[in-house]
Design a protein around this ligand. Structure first.
Ligand SMILES: Cc1cc2nc3c(=O)[nH]c(=O)nc-3n(C[C@H](O)[C@H](O)[C@H](O)COP(=O)(O)OP(=O)(O)OC[C@H]3O[C@@H](n4cnc5c(N)ncnc54)[C@H](O)[C@@H]3O)c2cc1C
Length: 409
């Protein structure tokens, strides 16, 4: 009974961590939610839209942010990580490290600081395709909705311009990194995933050719709040690509790279192809696949793609990609298995469907051979969603709800 009075810790503020935190808080337990980025939302917040309904990420997340705002039982630490976990089920002591909060909660996001900031930084939210000022709003749906400062690029007091124009006294360059220990009853680990490093797949030349991008980067290229402001633009020259090739299983199901299937990449590429067609009905799309794996309601995507005469599904593995120097277009060489011959296709943009790799949680915990967190070996710690295996949003949310119950029990 003593233990139950302690809060429950949720590590990771993506869709699964947010869901677990809300479910726990709404049955009356206190929750501490830790997120390493300055905003909640994880990978989903960066997407253009998400299947199966193809709604923008705002749809699901906005309502969750409202539930968080209305619930005083949820305490959020952003720009924070867990560095150590000690103790056992019912009685954990957790060390949390938080980066200095140079922008206080009095920030109203008026934007005057950005207008005077002279420094720039590469924009991590857009996978470094563009730049923001050193003081920046992470994105327009950021939660918490306040500016943040990139310590690496800001000159702080030596510049001080943002502090001078801020009418709300929200800038505090004296802020320091904080370490604190908290006692918690149980832990939900929702540390999620990152994209497989496509530069490791040698024949696809991701690092050498600007117009070969990964599937997560494509989300930011096509997003209405992405690089092209509603247009789809390619990285090299901001031209709108009209001939696009998608390469499925880029590195996945391949012993030299990721030997497993990431479960969502086929549905993601079908979603991408339909989104391109919606924006540019005259575009021509080719999707090279080994097998197409779409589950449940995503079968409908496959039917829609098969019915679209501008999207061609080609069974075959891409052997190599070359760049045409003058145009920066790509030549994609692949075996068309059903026709039984090798073919070359020219494209303005190539999208690699790279798989899901687990994030390193930053504290000691049992993992499987791929680095995903183990569910059966960590008593009192409940790994959920993509921290334990690749899965889509709706499965992640169900998993988070189930884990919320386990964490309370
Ligand atoms: C290209 C692509 C497109 C996709 N499109 C769709 C789609 O349309 N529909 C769909 O249903 N699914 C889609 N998915 C899958 C979807 O992205 C996942 O289901 C979803 O992101 C899982 O959420 P999560 O909370 O488990 O992980 P994440 O979204 O990765 O969130 C994890 C959070 O934890 C934080 N974190 C990590 N480590 C720490 C730490 N040590 N301390 C504190 N915080 C930490 C991260 O910063 C992040 O905010 C797609 C996947 C890919 C690859």
């Amino acid at each position: 009974m003593v233990g139950i009075k302690k809060p429950i810790l949720v590590i990771g503020g993506g869709i699964s961590g947010i869901t677990a935190a809300i479910e726990i808080a709404e049955v009356g337990k206190n929750v501490i939610l830790i997120e390493k980025e300055p905003f909640l939302g994880g990978n989903v917040i960066k997407m253009n839209n998400y299947f199966p309904k193809l709604c923008p990420p705002a749809c699901g997340l906005e309502i969750n942010f409202k539930r968080i705002r209305q619930n005083p039982r949820i305490k959020i630490f952003t720009s924070s990580e867990v560095s150590q976990i000690k103790g056992e089920k019912g009685n954990f002591t957790v060390q949390i490290k938080s980066k200095p909060q140079f922008v206080k909660d009095t920030c109203t996001a008026c934007g005057k600081c950005v207008a005077v900031c002279p420094e720039e930084r590469p924009n991590k939210f857009n996978y470094y395709f563009d730049r923001t000022k050193a003081i920046y709003l992470p994105h327009e749906m950021a939660f918490p909705y306040k500016y943040t400062i990139d310590e690496e690029y800001c000159k702080k007091e030596a510049c001080n311009k943002c502090a001078e124009v801020c009418e709300y006294d929200a800038i505090d360059f004296s802020a320091k990194e904080k370490t604190e220990n908290i006692e918690v009853y149980s832990i939900v680990a929702a540390t999620g995933w990152k994209n497989y490093d496509a530069s490791r797949i040698e024949n696809l030349h991701y690092s050498n050719f600007k117009n070969v991008v990964s599937n997560v980067e494509f989300e930011r290229l096509i997003a209405s709040n992405g690089l092209g402001n509603s247009k789809l633009v390619r990285p090299s020259d901001k031209k709108e690509p009209k001939e696009i090739v998608f390469v499925q299983c880029a590195g996945s199901r391949d012993k030299k790279n990721l030997s497993y299937c990431s479960a969502v990449c086929c549905s993601a590429s079908l979603k991408h192809a339909l989104s391109v067609q919606e924006k540019y009905p005259e575009s021509k799309i080719k999707i090279f696949y080994i097998d197409l794996r779409v589950a449940g309601r995503n079968e409908d995507f496959l039917n829609r793609v098969e019915a679209n005469k501008n999207i061609e599904l080609i069974k075959g593995k891409v052997a190599k990609i070359e760049e045409i120097k003058e145009t920066e277009n790509l030549l994609v060489e692949a075996e068309n298995i059903l026709l039984g011959k090798k073919q070359k296709y020219e494209a303005d943009l190539v999208v690699l469907a790279t798989g899901i790799v687990p994030n390193d949680p930053g504290f000691t915990i049992q993992k499987n051979s791929f680095g995903f967190l183990r569910t059966e070996k960590n008593e009192g710690i409940h790994p959920i969603a993509c921290s334990k295996k690749p899965m889509d949003v709706s499965t992640s949310v169900k998993d988070a709800t189930a884990a919320a119950l386990k964490a309370i029990q």
